[in-house]
Design a protein around this ligand. Sequence first.
Ligand SMILES: Nc1ncnc2c1ncn2[C@@H]1O[C@H](COP(=O)(O)OP(=O)(O)OP(=O)(O)O)[C@@H](O)[C@H]1O
Length: 290
Amino acid sequence: MIETIELTKAYGKVRAVDELSFTALPGRVTGFLGLNGSGKTTTLRMLLGLTRPTGGAALIDGRPFTGLKRPLRAVGAVLEQGISHPGQSGRAHLVTQAMSAGASRARVDLLLDQVGLTDAADQRTGDYSLGMRQRLAVATALLGEPPVLILDEPANGLDPSGVAWLRELLRSYAHAGGTVLISSHLLAELAQLIDDVVIIANGRLRHEGPLAGLYGMTTGRVLMRGRDPGRLRDALRRAGAEVAGDETLEIDGLSAAEAGEVAFAAGVPVHELLTDTPNLEQIFLELAGT
Ligand SMILES: Nc1ncnc2c1ncn2[C@@H]1O[C@H](COP(=O)(O)OP(=O)(O)OP(=O)(O)O)[C@@H](O)[C@H]1O
């Protein structure tokens, strides 16, 4: 489990992270979302003991990173690319890292297979694509079989097949009881990967809960086209709706069913009636906007 309690980091007068409290649960993939500069990387660095908090706590399984007995076995992290020496092969990089994580050669081979790098294992990492470097970074994070995984913008650089691969990997990792915290500044990029969301803005918590719950947070606008827009508009306004638009009427304050009933009562044939549900990215921008 990952937990922050009133976590704060101030740089002079700037509060990069401001009394931030949230939880990422075992068995779930949690998306950590915010616009650029909202404090995501600073939070992840505090969880990983790389930045010291000004106040509050950043806990991995109940302890600050610095209090973990075997940190590489407690948490795996993908923070930035370029972790490997460009002249080293992917396999050599993993073998070197396996020593500090206490992992075996067999685990290196297993992970190369799991991240789809077996065929490229003996190529120089300097020749790897961005997506291949991301795969190698994920394999490195998993070496010590940690129960907690922290990934900073890992979908960045992955093509659709890479995203599908990451989804499967994170699903089975969480299914086996792992805790995953994965950051991005785009909800759409993570929507296929995550169960829960934590949304921050200006270092503060804006929203925390299941991804599915986001859809219920905004009501869709009703759109209607009919034979006589002028009469329709008047009837809808009399029924208490706010109405904009000329041919296609944009209706706030009534459901599609209610608007349809109003049109029927007014005797105006309806040609088209639908609820325009905001997409995930619009919902995210509404929540994460400053
Ligand atoms: N070492 C530092 N010194 C001063 N200010 C910093 C430092 N690190 C981060 N900040 C500031 O803290 C705020 C949050 O930055 P942070 O990198 O955590 O955001 P982010 O959400 O990860 O952004 P991005 O999506 O662009 O990576 C920004 O205003 C940034 O300028």
